[in-house]
Design a protein around this ligand. Structure first.
Ligand code: NI
Length: 180
């Protein structure tokens, strides 16, 4: 296992559509376990492979941060098969430094995927899990939550981020926040 570097906006890989996993092999299993370790260390409740530079359709989630490890999702080639209702959630992302925003999402989703043993998984989710699944699957489509807010707010953030990068100062990590 290894803790990988989490890439930050505007890293190009974050806006690329990730490729489906054709064969689940040892490398996939290794990636999943490294992603989990990286997610817990961040700390975050979800992580998508492009965030660690792997442009593949793999995500991991564990939204119960009070009982880490109790209900872990390792999803390969996840697809949203049903989406219902509407919820506004304040989202943050491990790849979007020092910014959160309200994002409109489906309130309930059903997601199909395979696990590391190529066994089919079906998840019915609501609340944070539903939001996190949509957020992570967005990552696989090259989308960040800032692509789902107003252009004005996104441009303001993009400018602030550029300034941060120019001055070489990264704001301190806010670990109290739920990062997905
Ligand atoms: Ni994210």
């Amino acid at each position: 296992m290894a803790i990988l570097e989490i890439l930050k906006y505007p890293a190009p890989v974050l806006s690329k559509v990730a490729a489906p996993v054709k064969n689940v092999n040892g490398k996939t299993v290794q990636l999943v376990s490294d992603m989990l370790e990286t997610m817990y260390a961040a700390p975050g409740v979800g992580l998508a492979a492009p965030q660690v530079g792997a442009s593949q359709r793999v995500i991991v989630l564990d939204v119960d941060h009070e009982n880490p490890g109790k209900l872990v999702y390792k999803l390969i080639n996840p697809v949203i098969t049903r989406a219902e209702g509407e919820v506004i959630w304040e989202e943050g992302c491990l790849s979007v430094v020092d910014f959160t925003a309200d994002v409109k999402r489906a309130a309930q989703v059903q997601v199909s995927a395979i696990d590391e043993n190529e066994k089919e998984i079906k998840i019915d989710a609501e609340g944070l899990l539903a939001v996190a699944l949509q957020h992570e699957i967005d990552h696989l489509d090259g989308k960040l939550f800032i692509d789902r807010i107003s252009r004005l707010k996104r441009d303001l953030y993009a400018r602030r981020r550029k300034k941060m990068l120019r001055s070489g100062t990264e704001p301190p990590k806010e670990s109290a926040r739920v990062m997905i």
